[in-house]
Design a protein around this ligand. Structure first.
Ligand code: NAD
Length: 260
C-alpha cells in the first residue's frame, strides 16, 4: 500500500530516540521529508545522520526544547523557510516523572503542565498556519488516559487534557480538512520504559528482568512493542492513506488495554 508520503513535509518532536524517532524513521522510509527536533544539538544531529544513512531521505535537525515557545517557533520557522509548507506534525516530548499524589509538589505539577499540555498547544499553534487541507497532526499520549497507571498521576492528568484538546480541535479543524488524532502507546521498548521499570525494580527489591517479565505477561502479545511497530502506525496516521480518520485515539499496545 502506498501511504502517499513521498515528498511530504513532516515535523516530528522528541525524535532523537524512542517513539519520536520510530515515527520519523517510518516517515523517512516512505519518502517523506522529515524535520526532527529534541533538546540536545548533538543527539538530534546524530539521529538525523542515522536517518539519512538508512533512508536517503531529506532531514532537517533542530535543537528545540518544546517547553519553550521561542524554540518551537525557531524549529517550525526553519522548516517552513526551507520546505515552504507543513503536511504533518508529530507532537511528542519526554514523559513527566513518576510519583504518588502525596509526593508531588506544585512545581512538579507546573512542570508537567508545561512539558505535556502547554507544549502540545504551542506546537500545534505554531504549525497550523502552515498546514492546508489534507494535512494531519498526531499526538503521542499514553494508556494512562484510558486506565490510570500507579504513580503516573502527572501523566494521566496532563494527557487527559491533551486528549480533550485533540477532540476539540478535531471539530474545529475538520472544516479545513486537517485531521488530528492521538496515538496511545502501551509498553513500547524505549529508554523511558526501561527507566520506569528500573524505578519499579528499585522500589520493590526485584530485578529489572523480573519487573519486565511481569509487565510483559500482562500483555496479550506477551512482549513489549518495538519502535518500528509504533513508527509504522504513526506514519500511517500522518499519511494521506488515513484520510477519514480524525478525532480518535489509536492504541498500539499488543492488546494490553482492557477498556472496550
Ligand atoms: P524516550 O525518553 O525514550 O524519548 C523521548 C524523546 O523526547 C527523546 O528524543 C528526548 O530527547 C526528547 N525530549 C524529551 N524532552 C524533550 C523536550 N522538553 N523537548 C524536546 N524533546 C524532548 O521516551 P519514549 O518512550 O520515546 O516516550 C515518548 C513519550 O511517550 C513520552 O512522553 C512518554 O512518557 C510517552 N509514553 C511512552 C510509552 C512507551 O511505551 N515508550 C508509553 C506511554 C507513554
Amino acid at each position: 500500500m502506498d501511504l502517499g508520503l513521498k515528498g511530504r513535509v513532516m515535523l516530528a518532536a522528541g525524535a532523537s530516540k524512542g517513539l519520536g524517532y520510530g515515527v520519523a524513521q517510518a516517515l523517512a522510509r516512505d519518502g517523506a521529508r522529515v524535520s526532527i527536533c529534541s533538546r540536545s544539538e548533538a543527539d538530534i544531529h546524530t539521529a538525523a545522520e542515522k536517518l539519512r544513512a538508512e533512508t536517503g531521505a531529506e532531514i532537517i535537525a533542530t535543537a528545540c526544547d518544546v517547553r519553550k515557545a521561542d524554540e518551537i517557533a525557531r524549529w517550525v520557522g526553519a522548516t517552513v523557510e526551507q520546505w515552504g509548507t507543513i503536511d504533518g506534525l508529530l507532537v511528542n516530548a519526554g514523559g513527566p516523572p513518576a510519583g504518588y499524589f502525596s509526593e508531588l509538589t506544585d512545581e512538579q505539577w507546573q512542570a508537567a503542565f508545561e512539558l505535556t499540555l502547554l507544549s502540545s498547544i504551542r506546537m500545534i499553534r505554531a504549525a497550523l498556519p502552515h498546514m492546508k487541507a489534507g494535512s494531519a497532526i498526531l499526538v503521542i499520549t499514553s494508556s494512562s488516559v484510558q486506565e490510570p497507571i500507579e504513580r503516573l498521576g502527572l501523566s494521566t492528568v496532563m494527557r487527559s487534557g491533551v486528549t480533550g484538546l485533540v477532540k476539540t480541535l478535531a471539530d474545529e479543524l475538520a472544516p479545513q480538512r486537517i485531521r488530528i488524532n492521538t496515538i496511545v502507546p502501551g509498553r513500547i521498548d524505549t529508554d523511558r520504559v526501561t527507566q520506569l521499570d528500573q524505578i519499579a525494580a528499585n522500589r520493590s527489591g526485584k530485578s529489572l528482568d523480573e519487573v519486565r517479565h511481569r509487565a510483559e505477561s500482562a500483555i496479550p502479545f506477551g512482549r513489549y512493542g518495538t519502535i518500528e511497530e509504533f513508527g509504522a502506525a504513526g506514519a500511517f496516521l500522518l499519511s494521506p492513506a488515513a484520510a477519514y480518520i480524525t478525532g480518535t485515539d489509536i492504541r498500539v499496545d499488543g492488546g494490553k488495554g482492557r477498556t472496550i
